[in-house]
Design a protein around this ligand. Structure first.
Ligand code: X2X
Length: 335
């Protein structure tokens, strides 16, 4: 039975169950590594709805948050997807860097001036190049969504200059951010996201960095952090990817349904992340956070201070890929 036929039967009043849909629906297991209140999760839910709709109920998606399917290890999800142990992954570029160091290119400090620059790379040659890299690791990237520009929070003092970071114990997600924090004189600690809230609450670490709309607000980081600075130091995309093994086993009709559902779901996820970020600073102030928005000169000082980390990682990623990102982002930036 084709999806189109199933859809027309459902439109005519038959239920998916009557068509043998609900009982025999095939379930794809989707892993992501943040909580179920985030824009990531809402994007995953939208993917489930759209996939059911586009396959006439023959396929659905079960969502597992907090990297549960990888035993809580957010960096392990991609590798598991690559070998077919997880069907679908929704994760951010930084989590994939142990498997594919090239993916760190997106998050190089101060690479992007604005969203125009971001979108030019995810929809351009740079994004296509990263899709090839991920295919080499057994993951078909279906669509790019957004974690966002990562902003710094802490409980010790307002951050206005690189010197203000000195000695702060900072939770970070991945290896590149260790070097970035070191270049600022902070003390970085790599930690799972799911363990970060209690660590901040108990004062095990002083601060962390994450995007406002996708993570800081929905995960209520403002309840355990006093200061935030919108330093925009690193951008982090997310992507919806499916194991190549799964992808290659599907016929063209199913591949088209999955692709369309993913594209629409990530478009939605990106839009709500940007909206919630745009209104977020005011919301965080209402919640009692002290928010500092640096001037262009102050941002330049952070950029200069983090240059050694940029250079070190540019070498690791490969100059040709970095050049592709820098030129595509630079040509599109309007800021
Ligand atoms: O762990 C983080 O900080 C998060 C949620 O942003 C990532 O997945 C990189």
């Amino acid at each position: 039975m084709t999806f189109a036929f199933r859809k027309s039967m459902i439109a005519a009043g038959l239920t998916a169950a009557m068509l043998g849909g609900a009982a025999s629906a095939e379930t794809l297991r989707l892993s992501h590594n943040v909580g179920d209140t985030t824009t990531w999760h809402r994007g995953a839910e939208r993917f489930n709805e759209l996939l059911q709709e586009k396959t006439g109920g023959e396929y659905d998606v079960r969502i597992f948050p907090n990297a549960q399917l990888a035993g809580g290890d957010q960096m392990k999800q991609a590798e598991m997807t690559g070998r077919g142990a997880i069907d679908v992954v929704l994760t951010s570029a930084i989590n994939v860097t142990p498997l594919a160091p090239e993916m760190a290119a997106f998050s190089l400090p101060y690479l992007y001036a604005d969203y125009e620059a971001v979108d030019a790379t995810t929809s351009g040659e740079a994004g296509a190049r990263m899709e090839e890299v991920m295919e080499g690791h057994g993951i078909k990237v279906l669509a790019w969504g957004e974690n966002g520009f990562r902003e710094v929070t802490n409980n010790v003092r307002p951050i206005r200059t690189p010197e203000d970071m000195a000695g702060l114990k900072m939770r970070v997600a991945g290896p590149m951010y260790i070097d970035v924090m070191n270049s600022l004189g902070a003390n970085p600690v790599q930690m799972q996201w799911s363990e970060t809230f209690p660590a901040l609450q108990q004062g095990v670490v002083d601060g962390q960095e994450n995007p406002i709309g996708a993570v800081i607000i929905p995960q209520r980081v403002y309840e355990v952090q006093d200061h935030l600075t919108t330093w925009h130091y690193s951008y982090d995309p997310i992507f919806l990817g499916v194991s190549m093994e799964r992808w290659e086993a599907w016929d063209e009709e199913m591949q088209a349904a999955v692709q369309e559902a993913a594209t629409e779901a990530m478009e939605y996820q990106k839009q709500i992340s940007r909206e919630d970020t745009a209104t977020g600073v005011e919301f965080l102030r209402e919640q009692g956070m002290e928010v500092y928005e640096p001037t262009a000169e102050e941002l330049q000082a952070f950029k200069e201070a983090t240059q050694p980390a940029f250079d070190k990682w540019a070498e690791q990623i490969g100059p040709e890929i970095v050049e592709l990102f820098v030129s595509e982002a630079g040509a599109a930036a309007t800021n």
